[in-house]
Write a protein that binds this ligand. Structure first.
Ligand SMILES: Nc1ncnc2c1ncn2[C@@H]1O[C@H](COP(=O)(O)OP(=O)(O)OP(=O)(O)O)[C@@H](O)[C@H]1O
Ligand SMILES: [Mg+2]
Length: 257
């Protein structure tokens, strides 16, 4: 069984079947992309993986355990974390504080340790701060840690979100359109950073419209259209897949109407 095993998941919103019996798997250490036209159901898949939405049928197994229909916090504790298509940072908090929010999900000290601010609390806090700074340094944000999140350029805010996802201690990171709003240089940097994450033994699932990013970093790609998986394969196979080309051209034609 794969590290992440998704079997026949379905999500309905009233009469709309947003995700229709979708299967996919991700092995440890892979970078897997999920692509497809707008409204295809990609973010809905992430929302089911992270417990934001329940699933109507199917199952999701992570590291051999069923995780579907659990609370989002439980899923983070199990080792899956994400970023959002629309940036969700605390704009009035500093960069470092935003990343520390991620580390606090797995706090070992208890309520009394906190109010007493005792040794255990202080030690753990300083270790977490150090780790948060390390993560921000690795993203090239070391000199922005005391800035307010809202003062950062858009591309850097996306990186802070990734930093927060990593800071939770999760091993499987889901990125929902991380290159959106980035300029070509920023998306090139992002590409390198995602590869570095893989080299550090993270597993990545990526939703992305930037085909330069998708084709250069994906080990494998799944294509969703109208809630259904229509193709899977290597970047090479996907570029040449008739159904994929048709789905994208169809989308462009509709958008132009
Ligand atoms: N909470 C919801 N309630 C009702 N419909 C929803 C809800 N969330 C998503 N949908 C619908 O489900 C379908 C899939 O949406 P989803 O956001 O998963 O698409 P997507 O592939 O991420 O698209 P995009 O590339 O534009 O982000 C769309 O038709 C959308 O309107
Ligand atoms: Mg989406």
């Amino acid at each position: 069984m794969a590290y992440l095993q998704v079997n026949e998941i379905t999500k309905r919103f009233g009469g709309l079947i947003a995700v229709d019996h979708v299967n996919f798997e991700v092995e440890k250490g892979e970078i897997v992309s999920v692509i497809g036209p707008n409204g295809a159901g990609k973010t809905t898949v992430f929302n089911m993986l992270t417990g934001v939405y329940s699933i109507d049928s199917g199952e999701i197994l992570f590291d051999g355990k069923a995780i579907h229909n659990q609370k989002p916090l439980k899923i983070v504790e199990a080792g899956i974390s994400r970023t959002f298509q629309n940036i969700r940072l605390f704009p009035n908090m500093r960069v470092i504080e935003n990343v520390l929010v991620g580390t606090h999900i797995r706090t070992q000290y208890n309520f009394f340790d906190t109010i007493l601010r005792n040794k255990k609390y202080q030690l753990e806090e300083s270790e977490k701060t150090k780790r948060a700074i390390d993560i921000l340094n690795s993203l090239g944000l070391g000199d922005r840690i005391h800035d307010y999140a809202s003062n950062l350029p858009y591309g850097d805010q996306r990186k802070v979100e990734i930093a927060r996802a990593i800071a939770t201690g999760a091993q499987l990171i889901l990125l929902d359109e991380p290159a959106a709003g980035m300029n070509p240089q920023e998306s090139e940097e992002l590409l390198h950073f995602i590869k570095e994450l893989r080299d550090k033994n993270f597993t990545i699932v990526l939703i992305e419209h930037d085909m330069n990013v998708v084709m250069h970093i994906s080990d494998r790609i799944y294509v969703i259209d109208h809630g259904k998986k229509i193709a899977q394969g290597t970047p090479e196979e996907i570029i040449n897949n008739e159904r994929v080309i048709e789905a994208y051209l169809g989308g462009t034609r509709n958008a132009g109407d």
